[in-house]
Design a protein around this ligand. Structure first.
Ligand code: OOG
Ligand code: NI
Length: 317
């Protein structure tokens, strides 16, 4: 599907009711995310206060179980309905994952709007290739998606409300999944809640627009960044630079009464460099379309590790 091809012909102006409803839904999802993840909240406040309260989201990401209608499509439908376009697929064979990303419709945002009120973000949705898991893991995933009933039809609602569409698992079931796939265990206890939002550093006004300055600033403030493969993840074309925090954890009461913290969400940062063909454009003429678009398997593979126990337990000097 090419960038210019709209999937369903929906187009919204910033004044249309559709756009306002869509942004309200995103805002509810964001509220759930901020309330559950103090690190993301603190960083957004910190960057907002140093950068005239203008933050653009590069993308928002979700995780899913690719089984019985619970995969990518169960949540991408909502974005397609509101004018998004499906773009490239990414594959992660070792993690048994696939992902799709979606580009936003061309709506003019409220001038100066921040976060979900600014330029609409890309959407990144991944799914676990459940059929490739061990039979025990499949049994657990099929049990909970089965208990969810028609939950796959209401994933957006569960994300906006901040609840699971299936019952809480036992501690054993969580552990069993975690031993095979930390992604699977994460999805079992976090469901469709936002996995991360990404700050677009190149759209900031201050020196933080350079992601290296940004990372240094965040680390100086005492936040821990995901060090997998190095803090800064660089695409082979050197035009997409990404970094992320290590996920917060949140107390969780399993169905058997065991209470333990589980990983929740993180926040990511991305700098998209101007494409070579536009390198001579004056800085004030550069727009998002002139920059590197899309995602990169090599970067994403390491960013997935932001919720891994290795990163959560890592000590920083
Ligand atoms: C997604 C990791 C990949 C990116 O921007 O490439 C990613 C996840 O952790 O679910 O966010
Ligand atoms: Ni991301």
């Amino acid at each position: 599907v090419s960038a210019s091809q709209s999937t369903n012909g929906s187009h919204f102006s910033s004044s249309s009711g559709g756009d306002s409803f869509f942004r309200s839904v995103l805002s509810s999802m964001e509220q759930v995310y901020l309330n559950r993840n103090p690190t993301a909240k603190a960083i957004l406040e910190l960057v907002g206060s140093t950068d005239a309260n203008q933050i653009c989201y590069d993308h928002i990401a979700y995780r899913t179980f690719g089984v019985n209608g619970y995969g990518i499509d169960s949540i991408s439908k909502f974005f397609l309905d509101f004018g998004y376009t499906q773009r490239e697929e990414l594959r992660f064979p070792k993690k048994k994952l696939k992902a799709l990303w979606f580009s936003p419709p061309n709506v003019s945002s409220i001038n100066g709007g921040s976060g979900v009120h600014g330029p609409l973000p890309r959407i990144f949705i991944s799914e676990l290739l459940v059929d490739q898991m061990s039979l025990q893991a499949q049994e657990i995933i099929r049990k909970y998606t089965g208990l969810s009933g028609a939950g796959h039809k209401h994933t957006v609602l569960s994300s906006a409300l901040g609840c699971l569409t299936w019952p809480k698992p036992s501690h054993d079931e969580f552990q069993q999944l975690a031993s095979e796939s930390e992604y699977a265990a994460w999805t079992l206890v976090n469901g469709y809640m936002v996995n991360h939002v990404t700050i677009s550093t190149h759209r900031l006004k201050s020196r933080l627009k350079n992601i290296k300055n940004f990372n240094e600033f965040i680390e100086d403030k005492g936040f821990k960044l995901n060090s997998e493969g190095g803090v800064l993840k660089v695409s082979p074309d050197a035009l997409l630079l990404q970094s992320s925090t290590v996920a917060d954890s949140i107390p969780f009461e399993f169905s058997d009464g065991i209470k333990e913290s589980v990983p929740c969400s993180y926040i990511e940062f991305a700098e998209r460099i101007v494409l070579p063909e536009y390198k001579d454009l004056p800085e004030d003429k550069v727009q998002e379309v002139h920059r590197r678009d899309g995602f990169e398997v090599g970067n994403a593979d390491k960013i997935f590790e932001s919720t891994s126990m290795d990163q959560l337990n890592r000590r920083v000097a």
